[in-house]
Design a protein around this ligand. Sequence first.
Ligand code: SP5
Ligand code: ZN
Length: 340
Amino acid sequence: MKVYYSEAHRKHEPPFEVFDGGLRTPYMENPDRMDRILSALQQTDWAEVVEPKDFGLDPIYAVHDKEYLDFLASSWTEWLASEAKDKSTLLPATFALRRHPQKPSSLLGRAGYYMMDLSACIVEGTYAAALASANCALSAAEAGANGEQSVFALCRPPGHHAGRDYAGGYCFINNAAVAANWLSLQGTVALLDVDYHCGNGTQDIFYERDDVLTISIHADPNFEYPYYAGYANETGAGAGRGFHKNIPLKKGTDNARYLVALEEALSLIRGFAPKYLVISTGMDIYAEDPLGTIKVTTEGIGEIGKRISALALPAVIVMEGGYNNEVLGRNIVKFLTPFV
Ligand code: SP5
Ligand code: ZN
């Protein structure tokens, strides 16, 4: 299996994020995650790690707002030129409400406009890392379109919380959405998100489209991040009505109950009969994940991979979250093995 991976992620290493209550915490979404996954993949006899190709900005502009991408590109330089006392990471403390916000020109004003929380921290290497991560997803999509049955985009930073014009939840460019949109030029796409958190950015991007079916299985946003999207009554709008599905899960959801939710998603995908499948793959569903509350085991993760692979669709598997670094490699190998 081809694994698209770039070293460019390493310079995206924010010194901290801010948890509930204002707690400064070491950045959970750290470069070590990739080292753990790479070393596990290197112990298999099927993973072929390759560099992504550069697709330029057009396929990213097709999904994201130009001024938002300009903000990602220039904000670090502007931050260094600003009068902030602690410049270790760009993080605003005021956020735009989405009703009818005005767009200020000041850096912190724009940061609060384009960020949804205190974990999408920007540092010097963030934009370059986000572009390389999107190129991994695009390279995997291209390989899928060229006939590879299953391809893995080992993306970092992740993408599924990033919407058309906002960053959040460690995500800046929505890698899976960029790949799905690129593939949608060649045929219909189903995008299945099995990260523990709702893929709110993906939901927003495709909400009014009927050519990309989006499904997210995740912890109920009534108690879990991202809180404001991911409810069962959000099913798409306009032409996209009926082409989005959220499946919220209770705390403590175990393998058996997770697999019931998965079967519901898989039967929708079978009914849609897409040409391509994109999978937003987060390992924070694992029972011992520090950000998770559900109880899927490594065996369960293997079964999830097996059932999705049984769709027998060309599959572009995109890395999202997963923060128990000790077992991240083992879990990813378990998930991917049925696709080999
Ligand atoms: C890609 C991805 O998985 N992003 C997840 C971002 C979640 N950030 C929310 C942090 C909320 C911290 N709550 C702390 C609970 C620790 N038990
Ligand atoms: Zn997650």
